[in-house]
Design a protein around this ligand. Structure first.
Ligand code: ADP
Ligand code: ASP
Ligand code: MG
Length: 865
């Protein structure tokens, strides 16, 4: 026999019942036991009714119960069941609803509902749904028997709503009663979630905890010797992350029992945490699939999983579980108090509260619990011998994979990826197939997405991961800076690959900075390494925005495009002194970042006023390759060498105008920018007279759908008050300079490419385009995410693809596992937010010529300078 469990969405509605009917019919030869959940939403609704009744809300609870009744009758009426079957179901449903109505009134009257009554009430949803399912299967011509699971499944009776199965959970007598009904050609329908406990010789209904139908299914499977358990749900299988957080999560083809148990335990809601226990004991394979797409391959869970050969793909899935409470217990005794841990755990045991994660040192223990119903008693008991702190609203993020055993890459990558997310606790289970992190609930989505990006990048091994769930159409936020028709016509007229920039968008960004930054006095210097197109550099000169040049070449470009020399700041690293001196003689300004620069430049052009570029000791950025501050950085004078640098200036005859710092690029939070600003203002006090403070750039832009913009208003306001305080203390207000690059041009540009090749291989769809990592390096260099649009067919059906370039390198991937309207050869794709660090980083690698560029304004092409 087999067990087929259908979740709430798989039984709710006429069509769902029909799909279920055909799934069950196809398995009749295997003598299926059909275990069903309540209709989707009904368990929650019943909880709402009993809570409302208990709180004395007679009317609202009556109305809601009537709605629930109506939903069930309507569904039953819609099944074309034979009259006899329909009548039987209708009578049974009426009987259950009458009981619910009595309980509801009683609850309202008494105002106090025992856990036993609650369990009876809430578990009735499964009784109702299973009656309809039986009638509906009969309507399909299936020979059906219906059994009340409360007569089969025994639980301990200690915690009626979240009870544990008794040993044995299904009595031999029950097995003997069911077995004759289970015959090829017939389906036996029963309920998940509910059982009963024997209390004072009577049986009382109990529940296995929310989502417990999966658990029921595997308990029945073990008791009845099933050859497999099928869990029919609303997703294509177990996915690499919750699809609610990661819409592109991948389907995992095969999981080991251990992997699936860890995932279920740590929040992958698709399976109840205990589902695998009975299956493991009896080595029964469990299969998870989508009742809406029964032909799908789903996920198979077996004793042995698959360990991908490539260690980079060691992580199979990332689960998240919210509503966790973290408890920190610190011994009040001296060191070496043995028995400390034992005492702690005895307390949790006494209150029957499972501890999920534990991290210990000799005198302190951090642990997490999911069930906080007894927390206050637990804390009180612990306080008799320890200091206790409690943090609610925490969450566990758990990475799971058999390949993680002894794999150093995973931990390293986790720490790198989560450097922006405060992690409270880290643990690795002794099985070494999971790594769990405790973070605040509000950080979960960010953490899971960032980790998923890092571990599920590139074409994934096709033996382990299947195509993801049905892709959603990319968000409507994916709007290029210019109308689609215009971009398509540019691609036709000018050819591809083509960088397109929009001056109108650029000007709007300049205005935004001017609105928010404290520029009175002050100036904007465009970091033209982001984009050195002559038209753009010239336009910025007209707008009164100067240039920050990272090399002599960039400074010459600025001068050539009409920038006044004193509006050009050269902050070149490791440049030749002669080149810098030459720029000084033309009137450019310098920011010097080492004692060596000071000595070498001072020797050639003494008397020059210079900025000193310091390393503020903090670094930030969207990727470690763009972090330019902090102890590990080659940039700037370490703050502890500032006194020596000032002495070197005096000796070399250079006049320090002020300080400059730049901590990194692509920063989306004001906090690190402000930390650097504070460090800079603190250090500036050493200078005596300070004319300029150059706060650098680093302002990020959102690259992903839905990512928020940097909060410039609050950064600007906070910085203004720092500057006010500084001016108050030193007597003069320095000019505030800023060096935006990406912020101005990033979203003002895109890269158009044409699809040259469409190919299916290894379960992936590769969309090959006529450009590559040579023309646009960010994805390959930083793993950067760029939205991609199919301009030629925005309404085509969406599919999952790998967008790849034409360079002979396997890292030449623009997007992996991306939802894109079906792209055919000849279609034009737009890679968005490519206005910064696009063309300026392009090379002729493979001897592909450089891409063309075009600048638009108000929809018109601006002639090149
Ligand atoms: P059912 O009612 O069929 O038991 P559930 O709602 O209990 O369905 O579980 C399925 C849901 O689990 C999915 O709709 C999905 O949102 C959620 N889920 C969370 N994590 C995962 C994951 N790793 N893989 C698949 N689904 C997941
Ligand atoms: N209906 C129950 C719940 O919603 C059990 C289940 O669906 O698995 O929790
Ligand atoms: Mg479920």
């Amino acid at each position: 026999m087999i067990v087929c469990k259908f979740g709430g969405t798989s039984v709710a509605g006429r069509e769902a019942l029909e799909r279920m009917g055909s799934i069950v019919r196809a398995r009749l030869a295997e003598a299926p036991l059909v275990v069903v959940s309540a209709l989707a939403g009904v368990s929650d609704a019943l909880i709402g009714v009993i809570d409302a009744a208990e709180a004395g809300r007679l009317d609202s609870s009556a109305g809601e119960l009537a709605r629930i009744a109506g939903e069930h009758y309507a569904l039953l009426d819609s099944t074309p069941a034979p009259d006899a079957a329909k009548k039987m179901a209708r009578d049974a449903i009426a009987e259950t609803l009458a009981l619910l109505e009595d309980l509801r009134r009683g609850a309202a009257l008494v105002g106090d509902v025992t856990p036993w009554v609650r369990a009876r009430f809430i578990g009735s949803g499964e009784i109702l749904s299973s009656r309809i399912v039986a009638a509906s299967l009969a309507a399909e011509g299936v020979d059906v028997a219906w059994i009340d699971a409360r007569t089969l499944l025994r639980t301990e009776g200690r915690d009626p709503e979240r009870d544990a199965p008794a040993a044995p959970p299904v009595l031999a007598a029950s097995v003997a009663a069911v077995t004759p009904l289970l015959a090829p050609g017939r389906a036996v329908v029963t309920q998940g979630f509910i059982g009963s406990a024997s209390v004072e010789d009577a049986l009382r209904p109990t529940l296995l905890g929310r989502g417990g139908s999966d658990y029921s299914a595997s308990l029945f499977a073990r008791a009845l010797g099933a050859s497999r358990v099928e869990i029919w749900t609303d997703v294509d299988g177990v996915l690499s992350a919750s699809p609610r957080i990661v819409p592109g999560a991948r389907r995992i083809k095969v999981l080991s029992f251990d992997e699936a148990s860890e995932l279920a335990y740590f929040g992958a809601k698709v399976l109840h945490p205990s589902t695998l226990l009975p299956a493991v004991e009896a080595a029964i394979p469990v299969w998870v699939g989508n009742a809406r797409r029964p032909e799908g391959e789903g996920t198979t869970i077996l004793a042995e999983g698959i360990v991908p050969e490539d260690a980079r793909f060691a992580v199979k899935a990332i689960a998240d579980k919210r509503g966790i409470t973290a408890v920190q217990v610190v011994s009040t005794r001296m060191l070496m108090a043995h028995g400390f841990l034992a005492r702690i755990f005895a307390v949790f045991d006494a209150y029957r509260t499972p501890v999920d994660l534990v991290a210990t040192s000799e005198v302190s223990v951090s642990l997490t619990i999911d069930d906080d119903r007894r927390l206050s008693e637990i804390v009180e008991a612990l306080r008799s011998f320890a200091h206790v702190t409690v943090e609610r609203g925490m969450a566990v993020v758990c990475l799971v994979g058999e390949g993680m055993r002894g794999n150093a890459h995973v931990a390293a990558e986790v720490f790198r990826v989560l450097r922006h997310v405060p992690v409270r606790m880290i643990t690795q289970g002794s099985s070494a197939i999971n790594l769990s992190l405790v973070v605040k609930s509000e950080d979960v989505a960010d953490a899971v997405r960032a980790l998923h990006d890092a571990f599920f990048r590139g074409p994934l091994p096709a033996d382990v991961f299947g195509a993801p769930t049905t892709p959603a159409r990319p968000g409507s936020e994916s709007i290029p800076p210019l109308p689609r028709e215009m971009l398509l016509s540019l691609a036709d007229r000018r050819g591809t690959p083509l960088y397109v920039y929009d001056l109108t968008a650029l000007e709007a960004r300049v205005a935004a900075l001017r609105r928010h930054l404290p520029l009175d006095p002050g100036r904007l210097l465009f970091a033209c390494k982001a984009n050195a197109h002559r038209t753009i550099v010239a336009r910025l000169a007209r707008l009164g925005v100067g240039i920050e040049a990272a090399s002599p070449g960039e400074a010459l470009r600025a001068l050539e495009c009409g920038h006044a020399p004193n509006e050009v700041l050269v902050s070149a690293t490791n440049a030749r002194a002669a080149d810098l001196a030459e720029l000084v003689s033309r009137g450019c300004r310098l920011a010097l970042g080492s004692l060596s620069d000071i000595r070498r430049v001072g020797a050639l052009v003494p008397g020059t006023a210079v900025l000193l570029r310091v390393n503020p000791g903090v670094g930030e950025g969207h990727h470690r390759h763009v972090v330019t501050g902090g102890a590990q950085s080659k940039f700037g004078i370490p703050l502890e060498h500032l006194a020596a640098a000032l002495a070197a200036c005096r000796q070399a005859g250079l006049r320090p105008l002020g300080l400059h710092a730049h901590l990194g690029s692509g920063i989306l939070e004001p906090a690190p920018l402000l930390a650097s600003a504070r460090a800079l203002l603190g250090a500036a006090r050493m200078l005596g007279r300070v004319e300029v403070i150059d706060f650098g750039g680093g302002f990020g832009i959102p690259y992903r759908e839905g990512e928020p913009e940097l909060d410039l208003a609050s950064y600007g306001a906070a910085l203004r008050s720092e500057l006010d305080a500084f001016a108050g203390a030193v007597g003069t207000r320095p000019e505030a300079w800023f060096e935006p690059g990406r912020f101005l041009v990033g979203a003002a540009g895109c890269l158009l490419a044409r699809v040259t090749c469409r190919k299916e291989s290894g379960g992936h769809v590769f969309i090959g385009v006529d450009t590559g990592m040579n023309h646009f390096q960010r994805p390959a260099l930083y793993g950067a995410y760029h939205r991609i649009l199919n301009l030629s067919a925005p309404d085509a059906p969406v599919e999952w693809v790998e967008v790849v370039g034409n360079v002979c390198e396997s890292t030449d991937v623009f997007a992996s596992g991306r939802a894109l309207p079906r792209a055919e050869e000849g279609h034009v794709l737009a890679i968005l937010d490519a206005g910064a660090y696009g063309f300026t980083m392009a090379s002729v690698y493979n001897l592909w010529p450089l891409p063309a560029e075009v600048v638009l304004e108000g929809g018109e092409v601006v002639p090149d300078r």
